[in-house]
Design a protein around this ligand. Sequence first.
Ligand code: SF4
Length: 342
Amino acid sequence: MNKVGITTTVPLEPFLASGTTPVDLNNIFISSPDPAGLVEEAQVHGYPRNICTWIKGIFSVACDFDGVVGVVRGDCSNTESLLETLDLKGIPTHPFSYPPDRNRDRLVEEIGSLCDFLGCSIEDAKDQAGRVRHLRQMAWKVDELLSLGRVSASDAHLLMVSCSDLMSDPSLWERRARDVIESSSRLDAPLECPKIGYIGVPPIITDIFDRIEGSGGNIAFMETQRQFTMPFPNEDWIGSYLSYTYPFSITGRVKDIKDAIEERRLSGIVHYVQSFCHRQIDDIIFRSELRVPVLTLEGNIPGPMDERTAIRLEAFLDVLEMSFSSVYHNDDKNEKKEKYPR
Ligand code: SF4
């Protein structure tokens, strides 16, 4: 198999070891010239209107691939049916599961089975771990620059979210990352404004980051995108996929976000949810657990932000800005440091 689609982050090392090109189907769908047309195509094929748009877009683009690896445990409850509809079209598919109990042996078995599907051994995959680690270190640097306001959220999003497939060309990804890192030193120092954390699934609203930054928010943390970079320098290559928070219990995600609120001094959180996605339920937990204001934004169809959502976002950022200014411009700078951002 030359090109194999993936529905989300899966271990990358077996792809490199087998000489297979991984293609993140989400990225192909959202960057296509007509993503809404792809959604319509899936509906014409029989996909229900009240099913998540990402799944429908993935189905339409997956039909052109030599095979598809879908995460059926730890990502999306719809992926099992997605793979079955692709099977029906004669496309070889492989279900991948992150073990819910984070059991290392079971994950090794899953990776071994992925290697079998792609045509390599797990030892070959292990040999690629150093190369993958080297590239991820660049992604960690991008994340650090994001936290300092030295790269735009759009650039950081693109580089971190594409750690799933390295843009299907690791050399290209490396060049893009190097360009962004090098150009960061030429940017002006960021303006003082409320720091925002973005959490939740990658957005279908194409201009969401520009809207947040254009309305006075400084995105300093991107939860899922950062997790796609496997930011775990002390783990070996298998351990990285066990420390990855996204496929496992929400407790790990909450801790990761709380740590970022503290370390990056975030003033508020934007939680993006997708219409008809089971992960919308997580919003209840985030609202109960996070001790900063949370704005939940919902998207359905790919495209720019609608006006109603934009007004809600601006109002949220205005409120954060008011409390930020009253604390930040306090004459007593030491007091400011203690109070901000609570
Ligand atoms: S947004 Fe939710 S329902 Fe849609 S593909 Fe992602 S996890 Fe599945």
